[in-house]
Write a new protein. Sequence first.
Length: 263
Amino acid sequence: MLLAVDVGNSQTVAGLFSGDELLHDWRVSTVRRTTVDELAASYDTILELRGGSLTEVDHVVVASVVPELTVAYQALADRYLDRPAVVVGPGVRTGMPLLVDNPHEVGADRIANAVAAHARFGGPCVVVDFGTATTLDVVSANGEFVGGVIAPGVDSGLDALSQRAARLMRVELAAPPTTIGRNTVECMQSGLVLGAAAMVDGMVGRIAIELGAQPIVIATGGLAPLVLPHSVLIEEHEPMLTIEGLRLVHERTTGATTRSRRR
């Protein structure tokens, strides 16, 4: 079986595959100083709650934006699975050309998103990932990663407002009843939630002009359900898009599919 792990700045999403079937998935907070043994204990406990164990895992594929945890997951695979992890990055066969100035700068999660989106929906397409940052990643009709957009995430924007503006507080991240706020809380919610939807729609419109075609727009990420109902142009919601992309990258890199081991 394959353990696919997307390590983000705020949260880590993991999924366990048997072949192309996602058996289990979960989301936990990212803790940068977690040791390899703590990772092993955590994953073994989570899998045990679902009727399995870490010993059933044959392969690990990782996309990580946290360098110290990238090293920890590599050590986890070496120590507990006796085989190297596939870490998405330069030199890994993704099947998708990166037509950008410096491919080394493209986050592994963004590559995984693009691979999964094109495999499922074709191109051109735009993946909008609502996380610590809100990213829009653009795939051409020919299946090439051609670049994208990075903007502050909804929660990150709230943090910035509450920390840097003395009279603004943290508010519940929810859509207000109207675009025009009648109080400070509603004004902030409008700017954060409806503003994020308007930003995405506006940027997709600009992207479509540059592509010369209207792309299909797919949303993913932990905050996607908050913004999705207020966007005009987002057509699909795929919560496990990154994990599915990691499975595809692992398959393309190793040429192997992963099935449950009989015990």
